[in-house]
Design a protein around this ligand. Sequence first.
Ligand code: NAP
Ligand code: HSE
Length: 432
Amino acid sequence: MDVIRLGLAGFGTVGTGLARILDTNGERIAKRLGKRIEIRRVLVRDLTKQRTFDPGTGVAFTTDPDVLVNDPDIDIVVELMGGLDTAKALMLKAFGAGKHVVTANKHLLAVDGLELFEAASASGVGLMFEASCAGGIPIVQTLKENLAGDEVVKMLGIVNGTANYILSEMTTKGMDFTIALSEAQALGYAEADPTFDIEGFDTAHKLCVLIRMAFGVDYPLDELPVQGITTVTPMDIEFARRFGYRIKLLAHAMTSDGRLEAGVHPALVPYTYLLARVGGNYNAVRLEGNAVGPIMLHGQGAGDLPTGSAVLADIMNLARQTTGRCDILDNTGFRNQPIPRADIVPPGESESKFYFRFTVADRTGVMASITRSMADHGVSIAQAVQDGEAGAKGVPLVIISHETRADAAQAVVAEVDAMDFSVEPCVSFRIL
Ligand code: NAP
Ligand code: HSE
């Protein structure tokens, strides 16, 4: 039987996940494919590190990336290291050596994806990235193949397992943010630098990759509005619950008069929506096509086996290639290149309802000043609640607005924060 030989760059959470699946499902995979998939070499940083899984005696470990790309016996380089420079150099060398690459590296794809796809296609090799977005959910393949004939008009999703795990644990168990983050790290969900997860950057990386696949345009990462979950407190979760919502970190993108509106924000999601019920490390993506209508994909968005499963799907797709060559269509789902820049709706123009939590001194005239500021900026109030007794820290005053422009909401926050009764900066989130 033919053998597809892998060079694994990285043997951490996802690398060992892939190795475990190959170990458990190897026979089944060989039957389906008519080929065996074997790991031949593994690139790591530290050869002395204790590994949680032994890939077998036939697997050689190295710390030299060149050993992987120069080995003529390796068919596919599987990049599961993360990071930018080393991973990019490894991929370019692999393309040059005529090797396909499978990667889970959304950060690199968001930053240098266009260049890497060009380079892969120029060498006639594949650059596959199912695991880069939403872990085990087959979102890339869905956009590339299944919805290729649709015009996607809207995409909304939870695509970071760590942030969703933290918010879920805070909501359902009252867990402290820091403890929930530590647990997510221990479970292998978090990025090497977890600020990527909690500040929304990882969600932004995935959104950039998904926008290319869904809308066929490039939304530059540094222009994407991004808000993380570090300002979400147990108090906000409780207020959200009282108003009938759960707080989720969302990625959204939609076409609007030929332009593209997109961003990453924590948002209050009505608890009756499916998205509000996506818990733990699970992700979900809701897509709306002009032919298919709305569809929803749901599954584990982070972790060793779910992500390893997505990596394996790409490896098997490459192994099924009969010509041995891949072009730009195989890799990106689009024949026409280069992918044009998106015509972007300025973030300030995007509209939604907003949740504002002001922390103010409990004294006469405060509410009047805030509502005057809102009226001046055209922000209409739907509901308001003030709780608690005045204390050293002031009292929370929560206002839910009707639909309003993001720049108007920001102007209110800036104005009220500067008023002498404001005890803490206002916390504001969108409402779905
Ligand atoms: P990880 O557990 O930190 O593992 C990283 C592996 O890469 C380790 O084996 C490390 O070697 C090796 N490595 C890192 N830098 C290296 C370098 N410069 N040279 C050689 N080896 C290097 O990371 P992970 O969670 O598996 O994530 C890997 C990639 O998958 C990242 O791009 C991540 O964003 C993405 N991803 C992760 C998940 C997830 O659930 N974890 C899901 C989807 C996508 P040592 O073991 O010697 O330190
Ligand atoms: N850190 C990422 C997450 C891994 O938590 O979603 C999956 O991409």
